[in-house]
Write a protein that binds this ligand. Sequence first.
Ligand code: DGI
Ligand code: FE
Ligand code: FE
Ligand code: FE
Length: 187
Amino acid sequence: ALSREGLIEAVSAQMPAKRWKHTQGVMESAVVLAEKYGADPVKADIAAILHDVAKYWPVAEMEAVIRDNGLNIELLHHDKQLWHSEVGAFVAERDYGVSDSEIINAIRWHTSGRVGMSLLDKVVCLADYIEPGRDFPGVEYIREQAQRSLEEGLIAGFDSTISLLLSQRRVIYPLTVLSRNDLIAQL
Ligand code: DGI
Ligand code: FE
Ligand code: FE
Ligand code: FE
């Protein structure tokens, strides 16, 4: 496996500067949330470094990796924006030598969430919403809710994503809704 510095070098080289800046923000927020809520900050940091590693892969390459490796084929029927987390989790293990399943899962579920999100899944997914560089409408409310609990923060985050998708008449990936409902059930 690569060292932390090696990972940073390899991942940052795969994306435009603005996406690397976002990733650095997610690293910072993920460590803060991990410390506040009792997750492992070292794992949060590594998952954050890698979470968007596949974000700029050509669509055809993402599709090939999903098909050729028995990943979640269902995703191919949904928005391409959802593919990079599945592909990222796979390449983190295959190409970057990450063997920790908690880290791999946090990468895999960072966009949609899942039913029964782990503590680390929640930290990374919420950090992705609230990192300091984010400035979409409603982000301040999500940051406030994130101070109350991981679940409140994530519900606010998923609600904003679902609202945006509704307003744009886009298809909602069912797992996004199931994740949001499951978080409400956890309150
Ligand atoms: O990769 P990031 O931009 O940092 O953030 P992300 O991994 O949370 O991806 C956000 C994108 O994914 C955004 O364009 C909205 C899209 N997305 C998230 N959930 C759904 C979705 N798109 C559809 N169509 N359906 C979803 O349920
Ligand atoms: Fe992402
Ligand atoms: Fe996200
Ligand atoms: Fe991200």
